[in-house]
Design a protein around this ligand. Structure first.
Ligand SMILES: [Zn+2]
Length: 267
């Protein structure tokens, strides 16, 4: 098997996870900037985090033969402080030219608040000005449908943004169609407890589409499974999916989306 892990927060994983992923056939891992589990107290904290994502973590992954790419932003969970958000967005451009940076993400909404909306618009403007791909986090549970609608409205309102260059992540049964119909890519996050189980993800692939869609583990410091993508591929096989179609969903689709950034290249 070969697959891409398009959304993994590797800074919070161990070297065993890297080894297991490579053993399972992982050909590249992409790491969006996210909440550290605690609020950072200054833009300097983000500066150091961006250095970690663009310097240290690619080197750590390379020790296991795994290409590592990253996305940069201030996470929606830390977007309530507008002054901090402005400072952080101000330092991002100095990192955009780094060889493993694919775009702006994971931006989006958490509680659908007014300040989160403002910071989302600032990120979308940043991406448009620098011609960057966009990776979007959608809110959890009861806020998801409303949040997804708000996010799509913000993206569609900016005429510089091309939907085929944006992926809306953590889609579920009630948001996937909305995202695909509007021309965006959709990401399904395979979590053991929330978001989307492997069985639900495969049901969605059966019901909706296997075009413009990828799956990820979003593995981080919480309860999550770094091997969720290959395990789901095994479950697809058990359910009778043709090998070529499984390969498309777990390998060729993410490559198709990510290759829109010329820096995404596999060795
Ligand atoms: Zn994430």
């Amino acid at each position: 098997m070969r697959y891409i892990e398009p959304h993994g927060h590797m800074v919070s994983r161990t070297t065993d996870d890297y080894q297991d992923m490579v053993t399972a056939g992982c050909a590249a891992v992409c790491e969006p900037a996210f909440w550290a589990g605690f609020d950072r107290s200054s833009a300097d904290g983000f500066h150091d985090y961006f250095c970690q994502l663009t310097e240290y973590e690619p080197k750590r992954a390379a020790k296991f033969g795994l290409p590592h790419f990253s996305w940069l932003c201030i996470n929606p969970k830390e977007s309530e402080d507008l002054a901090l958000a402005k400072d952080v967005i101000g330092i991002i451009p100095q990192f955009l030219g780094r060889p493993n940076v694919l775009g702006i993400g994971e931006i989006g909404l958490n509680k659908n608040s007014r300040n989160e909306m403002k910071v989302l618009e600032m990120h979308v403007d940043l991406a448009a000005r620098h011609d960057q791909l966009i990776l979007v986090h959608t809110p959890h549970l009861e806020d998801k449908l409303k949040g997804t609608r708000l996010i799509l409205d913000v993206l569609r309102a900016d005429k510089r943004i091309r939907p085929e260059r944006c992926i809306i992540d953590h889609v579920e049964e009630h948001t996937i169609q909305l995202v695909l119909d509007a021309g965006f890519w959709a990401g399904m996050t395979l979590y053991p407890e929330s978001k989307c189980s492997p069985a639900r993800a495969i049901d969605m692939l059966d019901l909706f589409s296997h075009e413009r869609i990828w799956m990820n583990s979003a593995c981080d410091w919480g309860v999550s499974i770094p091997l969720a993508v290959p395990r789901t591929a095994l479950e697809m096989k058990r359910r009778g999916w043709p090998v070529d179609l499984i390969d498309k969903v777990v390998y060729r689709n993410p490559i198709e989306f990510l290759s829109q950034c010329p820096k995404f290249k596999l060795p």
